[in-house]
Every structure is written in structure tokens, then in C-alpha cells.
Design a protein around this ligand. Structure first.
Ligand code: ACO
Length: 372
């Protein structure tokens, strides 16, 4: 791998008015608003509206937007039938990839379904797609995907458990959705923009994003971080285990970042939620385990936790199964992907870079009969 061009590191490949990441090495803003203000003052619905429609909603706009999202929660019967036919052991990210793609067959982008309506529909019904499939295969139940919980976080937790969520957990998930919503030209957003640049449809761009987010170097890291943290019962055990992994040159999931050089500004916000929730969790010791891993990673490698690291225990302490962590990332990032698809279309040019060829020089063709 050519260190200079590998992974497009450090290359500016386009303009955006949606977010800034890592200016001065550490900040994050969505349409000019600091992530700290958004996470403490806003709800995910306000942030999704900000990203997709370009401005924070006023009170009436927010009420109408929430009503719209609630009204879009029903899934087409044919989509439920597809979800029922998927294997019980399907990776939940594949369920979302398939579910969004299938929805694009039933409600394709058209005069009737405009881009912002599709964005809203996907944000509204992706929790239902995931949890309809989950309950059908885990518990043999066909759940109703409609309910009056008026936030996406509350809706997700309600569908997961079938009862009204506890407010602390609901807000923790709400804040995590705000933090995961948008991150400039990250791999999945870039994939969505590349697909958009060919003048493909909205759903295809979203499906590209989901497929790209799935990997452990990107969205899949929150699940991988949970698997790592849950191996240890005490901080001392964790220290020994992490040192052994570093010795073997293993990657520690949930650490490091391509753009941030000092810290991930989202990490301290979600870390506070992990700490607060650990107080009432049966395995709350995992917070102390995580803190020790953070210390060792800093002491040994000068690497800091990214958003995925403490999101893992935050979700775990809310009683969310690990296999649903990366799908939660999708539920949130749908808003950022949608904003970027809309922005790409406003001033589109086909995204088509060039490669540095390192293969053989031109040579004579060998007919099949002469090949050994
Ligand atoms: N654990 C151990 N070492 C690491 C880690 C890590 N998590 N991250 C980076 N390093 C080391 C690399 O081994 C490399 O060392 P070397 O120069 O001696 O070979 C050096 O730091 C640079 O790392 P790269 O992988 O080249 O950095 P890159 O910018 O390509 O990757 C990435 C960034 C993918 C996030 C990387 O840090 C990583 O794999 N982290 C773990 C996965 C993860 O947490 N992903 C989530 C990203 S954030 C998000 O999606 C919300």
C-alpha cells in the first residue's frame, strides 16, 4: 500500500456545508452548531431536521416533524413478509441493507416519493424493520411497528422491550443518536455520495452507506468494542489482556481515528452516559474495565477512544443486545447520509478518481491452448 495515497488519507475530495470534523484536531459541528450544544440541548429529531432540511426547526415545525415520523412507522405487508423469510441468524446489518432495499421496490423514488420524504420514511421505519425481524425470529412474535412514543430513541426501546422505556435510558440513546448522526466524508457517507454521483436513486445510495458502515473499522467497531470489554471482569484483568493484545500488534476496537488527532469530541459526552448508567447496571464494573483500557491505550499507544468505545457500554447498560449496536448507528446516520445525498445532487459531478497502476507492462496475449 502506498502510504501517501493509501485510504485517501488527508485528501480533500469535495465541498460540504453540512459538518466540520477535526478542525484544530478536535472539533465537530453540524451546520455550524457545536456537537456539545446539540448533545446537551437538542433531541435527535431536531438534529435530523437540521441536517436534512438545513435549519433547526421552530416549535411548530418540530411538533409537525415528530408527527410525520410517527405516521410513517407502518411497514408494507410485503416488506414484513420478506423480513419473515430472512434466516434467523442473518447479521442485523444485512437485515437493514435488505429492508431498505426492499422498501425502495415498494415505494421507489418518484413524483410521489421525494428525496426528503424518503429520508423521513427511512428514519421513521428502520427501527421497525430491525425489530420486526428480531422479534419474529427471536421470539416467534409478529410485533406491531406502530406506537406513540414520540422520539426515535423511545420508539426503538419500546419496540425492543414492548414497554415504555425508562427516561434515563431513553435520553442516553437519544444523545447517542445525536452523536452518530453526521461525520463529514467518513467511509459510509462517501460511499453514499459516490453512488449519488452516478445519478442513481436515493435508496441505492443509502444501501451503499449501510454496506460500508457494517465493517469493524467503521460502524462495526461498537460491537467489536463490546466483545472486547466484556471479556474482562476487573480492571487489572483488562490491563493484562490489553497489554497482551498490544504485544501481538492487535487492533483495539473503539480506539483511534483517521481525522481526529487529539481526541474524539463525542467520546467524553457518551462516556458520561456510560458512567451514569453503570450505577444501576448488574455488570456496571464494565465501566471501570473500560476506563482502564482507555488509560492503557493512552499510556502505551497515545490512542484515544472514539465514539464507538463508550457507546458500547452505554448501549449494553440500557439492555440492548450487542448485535443491535451497529444498526443503531444506521438509525442515526441515515440523517447524515440523507443530507449528503441531497447536497451531492445540488451540484453533482460524477465521482471517479484515478488509480496509480502498479501491474505488469503491456505484454503479448497467450491463447488458451498455449497456457500451462
Ligand atoms: N489499536 C491499535 N493500534 C492502532 C489502532 C487501534 N485501534 N488504531 C490505529 N493503530 C495504529 C496502527 O496499527 C498504526 O500503527 P503503525 O503505524 O505502527 O502501523 C497506526 O496506529 C496508524 O493506524 P492506521 O490504521 O493506519 O490509521 P487509519 O487512519 O488508517 O485508521 C482507524 C483509522 C480505522 C479508525 C483505526 O484507528 C482503527 O482501525 N481503529 C479501530 C477500529 C475503530 O474503532 N473504528 C471506528 C472508527 S470511528 C467510527 O466509525 C465512529
Amino acid at each position: 500500500m502506498n502510504k501517501k495515497t493509501g485510504g485517501l488519507a488527508g485528501l480533500i475530495v469535495g465541498d460540504t456545508a453540512i459538518s466540520t470534523v477535526g478542525k484544530e484536531g478536535l472539533d465537530l459541528t453540524y451546520r455550524g452548531y457545536s456537537i456539545h450544544d446539540l448533545a446537551s440541548e437538542s433531541t435527535f429529531e431536531e438534529v435530523a431536521y437540521l441536517l436534512i432540511y438545513g435549519a433547526l426547526p421552530n416549535k411548530t415545525q418540530l411538533i409537525d416533524y415528530k408527527k410525520k415520523l410517527i405516521s410513517l412507522r407502518e411497514l408494507p405487508a410485503e416488506l414484513k413478509s420478506i423480513l419473515e423469510k430472512l434466516p434467523a441468524n442473518t447479521n442485523p446489518m444485512d437485515v437493514l441493507r435488505t429492508g431498505c432495499s426492499a422498501l425502495g421496490c415498494f415505494e421507489p423514488e418518484s413524483q410521489q416519493f421525494h428525496q426528503q420524504d424518503i429520508a423521513d420514511k427511512l428514519i421513521a421505519c428502520v427501527p421497525g424493520i430491525l425489530l420486526y425481524w428480531y422479534h419474529f425470529h427471536q421470539n416467534g412474535k409478529s410485533i406491531s411497528t406502530t406506537c406513540n412514543e414520540d422520539t426515535i430513541a423511545g420508539y426503538f426501546l419500546y419496540l425492543l422491550r414492548g414497554s415504555k422505556p425508562n427516561e434515563e435510558q431513553r435520553r442516553a440513546v437519544d444523545v447517542s443518536l445525536i452523536l452518530y448522526a453526521e461525520h463529514e466524508f467518513n467511509a459510509s457517507t462517501f460511499a453514499a455520495r459516490v453512488t449519488t454521483s452516478t445519478e442513481s436513486d436515493f435508496y441505492s445510495a443509502i444501501v451503499s452507506g449501510i454496506g460500508t458502515l457494517r465493517g469493524p473499522l467503521h460502524g462495526g467497531a461498537n460491537e467489536a468494542a463490546m466483545e472486547l470489554v466484556s471479556q474482562f471482569k476487573t480492571p487489572d484483568e483488562a490491563e493484562k489482556g490489553i497489554r497482551a493484545l498490544l504485544e501481538k500488534k492487535a487492533k483495539i476496537m473503539g480506539f483511534g481515528h483517521r481525522v481526529y488527532k487529539i481526541s474524539d469530541p463525542r467520546s467524553d459526552i457518551i462516556k458520561k452516559w456510560s458512567k451514569a448508567l453503570s450505577a444501576n447496571a448488574k455488570d456496571g464494573y464494565l465501566y471501570a474495565v473500560s476506563e482502564r483500557i482507555e488509560k492503557i491505550m493512552w499510556d502505551e499507544k497515545h490512542l484515544f477512544p472514539n465514539l464507538d468505545f463508550y457507546s458500547a457500554t452505554t448501549y449494553h447498560f440500557c439492555g440492548i443486545p450487542t448485535q443491535l449496536f451497529t444498526p443503531l448507528f444506521v438509525m442515526s446516520r441515515l440523517s447524515g447520509w440523507s443530507a449528503h445525498i441531497i447536497e451531492q445532487r445540488e451540484d453533482n459531478r460524477l465521482i471517479r478518481p484515478e488509480a496509480n497502476y502498479i501491474g505488469p507492462e503491456p505484454r503479448a496475449y497467450i491463447p488458451l491452448i498455449d497456457r500451462g
